[in-house]
Design a protein around this ligand. Structure first.
Ligand SMILES: Cc1cc2nc3c(=O)[nH]c(=O)nc-3n(C[C@H](O)[C@H](O)[C@H](O)COP(=O)(O)OP(=O)(O)OC[C@H]3O[C@@H](n4cnc5c(N)ncnc54)[C@H](O)[C@@H]3O)c2cc1C
Ligand SMILES: *[C@@H]1O[C@H](CO)[C@@H](O)[C@H](O)[C@H]1NC(C)=O
Ligand SMILES: *[C@@H]1O[C@H](CO)[C@@H](O)[C@H](O)[C@H]1NC(C)=O
Ligand SMILES: *[C@@H]1O[C@H](CO)[C@@H](O)[C@H](O)[C@H]1NC(C)=O
Length: 640
């Protein structure tokens, strides 16, 4: 017995002494010159693949002014691409898809690049919230950055590819609010239909997974030692490793399931529009900004839309229906500009009201402390200078085999879903997600521009972490009580709407957020994380000086200063039955009081789901496509 104990102690001491040289392990890399040559060759190969990719997207086709279609879909994002593709499966149905942005390219689909995509004015709407003293106070002008995709694929091209469905209770709650057809049991077939699930550990679970849908879901081809340790830390704390998309395992830790196909981003355009590119009945017009829905004032029926393309104004007509999928900012903006929204506000803006609805209310998002970083003493996390250095094998491994750390979406690698109030309960309804990242915006420094960190704060506080090894947890509040709103700035589609996020308005939100920080710090104190010398970075933020370091007040202040909002805007065209004064669309996503007009995107969520919304938004698109087919008497196709 004693012998065993000694042996185990010896083994663990030896293990603890293992020092990493790089992300791949203890050995130094081989010939750096050879690596560099291979990387250059790989880049050439990639350029050729990029050329091919451009031809795989449906071409840009400008319709004639006054052309008529059966359906017009506005926005080629997550939901819009799905809907246009599914509708055009019926050969006699003519579909027009209108997108404000340009084509997607293959560089955008390199997973590690995601941190840089937001800088590109060309594909990001670059919204910002109004200044606030309650959140994002350490950002430039006290405003949070709100990126949003403006490109074929929409935000599915800018996002971090994290694939989560949400908790069954989220959907049962939607149904409870009067939204018939949206319970977990009702939506599960669509979650299955949309996915091509490629994770060996769980693929045999056919009750919930499917191998033949358009959206590929897999693990990135590589995990850093830190991510592996994060899962071990979970086990140390008594949590299971789970398939968080299975519906029956909700509390636990996991590597991220991601919308990747063979190590590359899979956007909605790649998933749904590339396969539809030869369909004659699907017309896609890009660089086309929709200004409003055309509504017959007498019949209150949507008859078409008006859009601008290269300075020319087009009016196009829909003989059946118009579907807005312009996202949780775009859809309410277009509705209001079309006369559908809060009457008083529309009058103030000089828009003639047609239907009075609470458009733009009920704005929700997921946020957490944006500065919970942990320093480590070994090169086990990601640094920009290592990944971008062609003398390391990382670039070559990516170009030739789609392997290695460049397949990791911006450093996001794992998560935990936990209920901070019932830590021991496996069947709890998680109220916090710990999103694990094997770097930090301070380590890669350009990351601070994504958040918009104020220069003074950067210099004084966080610049000392630049190019060091760190990891981060964003403890995300899954079901915020606070609500924000979106309003028009003026009657011009080119003006960004007024966005009031109202984060942390509710005291209960703040309490759970701080508990989330505490839970993450506990994770850092496990043996698994300590092995790399993990140590929480306690920033001396000038704005938080009045609070004792590491107190609850301190963490609230840090969260209010560096508020990580993870771009899950939703709820602004809330779904609810007729008679619900807070609802904009009914459970079949028809705008209340208007005929021939539906909204289908993240804006219809009556309550934000307790997870990342991209996969749920695909589900919304799939479900709406079937509802349209049912309502117009076309056959629907079940899961392949
Ligand atoms: C940076 C970032 C990271 C994210 N990370 C994740 C993640 O890892 N996992 C996850 O699940 N979710 C993530 N999300 C959220 C997720 O991507 C979105 O919730 C989802 O894409 C929303 O889909 P949508 O169809 O509602 O809108 P979008 O995909 O945004 O599509 C709206 C489309 O409409 C177009 N449009 C808007 N207005 C007009 C107009 N007037 N005329 C013509 N076209 C217009 C836009 O250009 C856009 O293409 C992230 C989002 C962002 C921005
Ligand atoms: C940045 O923060 C400093 C102090 O923290 C403040 O004085 C300054 O106005 C801020 N700058 C901007 C552009 O917000
Ligand atoms: C969930 O279901 C799967 C497949 O049916 C099963 O393997 C797993 O053990 C279940 N998990 C729990 C927590 O019940
Ligand atoms: C963190 O760990 C401490 C010590 O084990 C424990 O008392 C505390 O409840 C934990 N906190 C959370 C939020 O899990």
């Amino acid at each position: 017995m004693k012998c065993w104990l000694i042996l185990i102690t010896v083994i663990s001491t030896v293990q603890a002494k293992i020092q990493y040289k790089n992300l791949y392990g203890r050995e130094p890399f081989g010939n750096s010159f050879v690596n560099m040559l291979s990387a250059a060759q790989g880049a050439t190969l990639f350029a050729l693949q990029g050329e091919e990719f451009m031809h795989a997207e449906p071409p840009d086709t400008t319709p004639n002014n006054r052309d008529q279609f059966d359906f017009i879909v506005v926005g080629a994002g997550t939901a819009g691409a799905t809907i246009a593709s599914r509708l055009s499966e019926i050969p006699q149905v003519r579909v027009l898809l209108i997108e404000a942005g340009r084509s997607e390219n293959l560089v955008m689909d390199i997973p590690i690049i995601v941190n840089f995509l937001q800088f590109n004015n060309d594909i990001n709407w670059k919204y910002r919230t109004e200044p606030s003293n309650g959140y994002c106070t350490a950002m430039t002008d006290k405003r949070c950055n709100w990126p949003r995709g403006r490109v074929m694929g929409g935000s599915s091209v800018l996002n971090y590819m994290i694939a989560t469905r949400g908790h069954p209770k989220d959907y049962d709650r939607w149904a409870e609010l009067g939204n018939e057809g949206w319970s977990w049991k009702d939506v599960l077939p669509y979650f299955k239909k949309l996915e091509s699930f490629n994770i060996n550990d769980y693929v045999s679970n056919q009750r919930v997974h499917n191998k033949n849908g358009p959206v590929s879901i897999e693990y990135p081809a590589f995990h850093t030692p830190l991510a592996t340790a994060f899962l071990k830390a979970g086990e140390e704390l008594g949590y299971p490793i789970i398939d968080y998309n299975s519906g029956n395992e909700s509390v636990g830790f996991s590597y991220l399931q991601t919308t990747l196909k063979d190590g590359m981003r899979m956007s909605s355009s790649v998933a749904y529009l590339h396969p539809a590119r030869f369909r004659k009945n699907l017309v896609v017009t890009k660089n086309s900004l929709v200004r409003k829905v055309l509504i017959d004032r007498d019949t209150k029926r949507a008859i078409g839309v008006e859009f601008v393309k290269r300075g020319r104004i087009f009016q196009v007509y829909a003989s059946k229906e118009v579907i807005l999928s312009a996202g949780a900012i775009g859809s309410p903006q277009i509705l209001m500009l079309s006369g559908i929204g809060p009457t008083g506000h529309l009058q103030e803006m000089g828009v003639k009201p047609i239907v009075d609805l609470p458009v733009g209310d009920n704005l929700m998002d997921h946020i957490g402390c944006g500065a919970l970083m942990f320093q480590v003493d070994q090169p086990v996390g990601m640094r920009f200078e290592d990944l971008a250095n062609p003398m390391n094998p990382y670039i070559k491994d990516f170009f030739f085999e789609r392997k290695g750390p460049l397949t990791i979406p911006g450093g996001c690698e794992a998560l935990a879903f936990l209920d901070v109030d019932r830590p021991g309960d496996r069947d709890a309804y998680p109220n916090i997600e710990l999103l694990f990242v094997s770097t930090s915006w301070a380590s890669i420094s350009v990351g601070r521009f994504d958040l918009g960190i104020n220069d003074t704060v950067w210099q004084e506080t966080y610049s000392k972490l630049e190019n060091t090894f760190t990891w981060t947890v964003f403890p995300l509040l899954l079901r915020p009580k606070s609500r924000g709103k979106i309003r028009l700035r003026n009657a011009d589609i080119n003006s960004h709407p007024v966005i009031t996020a109202n984060y942390m308005d509710d005291k209960e939100d703040v309490r759970i957020l701080v508990e989330g920080v505490r839970t993450a710090v506990n994770v850092s104190r496990t043996n698994a994380m300590k092995r790399f010398g993990s140590k929480v970075f306690l920033a001396e933020l000038k704005g938080c000086k009045e609070f004792e370091m590491d107190s609850d007040g301190y963490w609230e202040c840090v969260t209010r200063s560096i508020t990580m909002n993870i771009y899950h805007y939703s709820g602004t065209c809330k779904m609810g039955p007729s008679g619900d004064p807070t609802a904009v669309v009914d459970p079949r996503l028809r705008v209340h009081g208007v005929k021939g007009l539906r909204v289908a995107d993240a804006s219809i969520m009556p309550e934000i789901i307790s997870a990342h919304p991209n996969i749920p938004t695909y589900m919304i698109g799939e479900k709406l496509a079937d509802m349209l087919k049912e309502d117009w008497g076309y056959p629907t196709k079940p899961q392949q």
